[in-house]
Design a protein around this ligand. Structure first.
Ligand code: ZN
Length: 187
């Protein structure tokens, strides 16, 4: 049975922490990954990192199949991912389930060489480009306490200032459930 997990939002400490590496795929990690995939699908997102569901571990899930061009692309589960190399630069518009409604152009490497582990703790090294590479970099940033708005220029920040303030104060509504610190104990 899969559970929809509430999403943590901009301003919460968990989103600024560097995550702990996964040592083994135990029942807890297995359940977390399954719930994250379910949560991602139900929130109409394309990538989700564990801090966004209030877990301080190096786990991210990516499912870009809602994007027409990538509809046959299988979900990817990244355990302890590390970017080994990057090449080129490209600007793409980004958003984030933890920073609802805020959008902005972000310059990032175009191609990456990525090392990660799968659900059997088998190590993989792979080259990625295009949208997969972009989403992976966004999610890996989450695992290092970084957010896409950290890259925005002053104009973009100014344009989104009121919205960011609203999110920090918890005064934002979304189609998916948000994490309420008053109802949950941080771990
Ligand atoms: Zn995000």
């Amino acid at each position: 049975m899969q559970k929809q997990l509430p999403i943590t939002t901009y301003g919460m400490d968990i989103l600024r922490k560097v995550t702990k590496p996964v040592k083994e795929i135990d029942g807890e990690i297995f359940e977390l990954v399954n719930n994250m995939l379910y949560t991602l699908r139900n929130a109409d997102g394309i990538g989700l990192a564990a801090p966004q569901v209030n877990k301080n571990v190096s786990v991210a899930v990516i499912d870009i199949s809602p994007v027409e061009e990538y509809k046959n692309y299988d979900p990817v589960i990244l355990i302890n991912p590390v970017v080994l190399e990057n090449h080129g630069e490209v600007v793409l518009n980004e958003g984030c389930l933890s920073i609802p409604e805020v959008r902005g152009d972000v310059l990032r490497p175009e191609k990456i060489l990525l090392k990660y582990f799968d659900m059997n703790m088998k190590e993989h090294t792979g080259e990625f480009e295009g949208l997969p590479a972009r989403v992976m970099q966004h999610e890996i940033d989450h695992l290092n306490g970084k957010l896409f708005i950290d890259y925005l220029n002053e104009d973009d920040i100014k344009r989104n200032k009121d919205l960011l303030k609203k999110i920090r104060k918890g005064k934002i509504e979304t189609d998916y459930p948000l994490y309420d610190p008053k109802e949950n104990i941080l771990n």
